[in-house]
Write a protein that binds this ligand. Structure first.
Ligand SMILES: [Zn+2]
Ligand SMILES: [Zn+2]
Length: 292
């Protein structure tokens, strides 16, 4: 029987609401250049770390998608809300997309492989592909753990609310510059940083492990994504909470997880030595052979 995820991944047609949002945010980012203030830049930098590292890297990706470590529920929900500030859809939809990527990496069914073109892998799949829109059957199949959790289901539905609240607060506190930099510029730059993991780190970089797809380690993408660019390491050991395997592979998200551990808020942390493949990563089982 054909895999529904495979069929959905090739769905075409313009996602109008997504396209309009993208155009508005990119145009507003250009406008933000004419409203520069140091306060605006500082707000953008702080929110980039909160949303990109605490939210996407530590929360959506290493915790929710791969369960590379465990936290108290309130920490899990907090990291999820941080991730919602990126406007990359709700966590359940994000996790489903990423688990599908891991089980069909660079193969038919991968929502965003550069084998279908670099533009497609970077942004095309969002504008004209499935983007993060999955039907209920796909969500039940790929994210049963999160679909059981009523709080996650609610947060997933209202994924844009934290961004609206933060936007209103920024505008009240500092006017247009804070709003344009802290929300529009920061979200737009954050999108491209995340998308580079889908495009660049499946095309350019080095490969420590001979995995059966094209993932690479790319230091530029790693810097822009707080450590997510060590993507070949990650595909080789998907459940490992640490992606920078060598001392020179700076992994800010890992430092965040270690900080949580030191505070007593993270435990059962999977490292590459003891990271067994997870159910959603079954396609990655048995592919490892160390290249060097
Ligand atoms: Zn990948
Ligand atoms: Zn992953």
């Amino acid at each position: 029987m054909p895999d529904q995820a495979v069929i959905n991944s090739r769905r075409t047609g313009i996602n109008w609401s997504t396209c309009i949002t993208m155009v508005v945010f990119h145009a507003a980012s250009i406008a933000a250049l004419f409203m520069f203030t140091w306060k605006g830049l500082a707000a953008a930098a702080l929110l980039w770390w909160i949303s990109g590292s605490l939210g996407i890297g530590m929360g959506f990706h290493r915790l929710l998608t791969h369960r590379g470590f465990k936290t108290p529920k309130w920490v899990e929900y907090f990291l999820t809300i941080c991730g919602m500030l990126t406007l990359e859809s709700g966590a359940i939809n994000w996790v489903a997309t990423h688990r599908i990527h891991h089980s069909h990496t660079d193969a038919p069914g991968d929502p965003h492989t550069p084998r279908d073109g670099a533009w497609w892998a970077h942004i095309g799949w969002i504008l004209t592909g499935t983007a993060q829109q999955h039907d209920e059957a796909i969500l039940r199949r790929y994210t049963p753990d999160l679909m059981k959790d009523k709080v996650h289901v609610w947060l997933n539905k209202w994924f844009y609310l934290p961004l609206v609240v933060v936007g209103v607060l920024l505008f009240a506190l500092g006017g247009w510059s804070l709003l344009m930099w802290g929300i529009f510029m920061r979200v737009t730059v954050g999108w491209h940083a995340t998308w580079l993991v889908n495009s660049a780190t499946h095309m350019w970089g080095t490969r420590r492990f001979e995995t059966n797809e094209d993932s690479t380690n790319n230091p530029v993408v790693a810097l822009l994504t707080f450590g997510e660019g060590w993507h070949n390491n990650h595909h080789a050991y998907p459940r490992a909470a640490r992606h920078g395997f060598a001392w020179y592979e700076l992994d800010v998200n890992w430092m965040g997880i270690r900080a949580l551990q030191l505070l007593g808020l993270a435990h059962d942390i999977k490292l590459f030595k003891d990271a067994e493949p997870s159910v959603e990563d079954d396609a990655s089982v048995g592919i490892l052979s160390k290249a060097a």
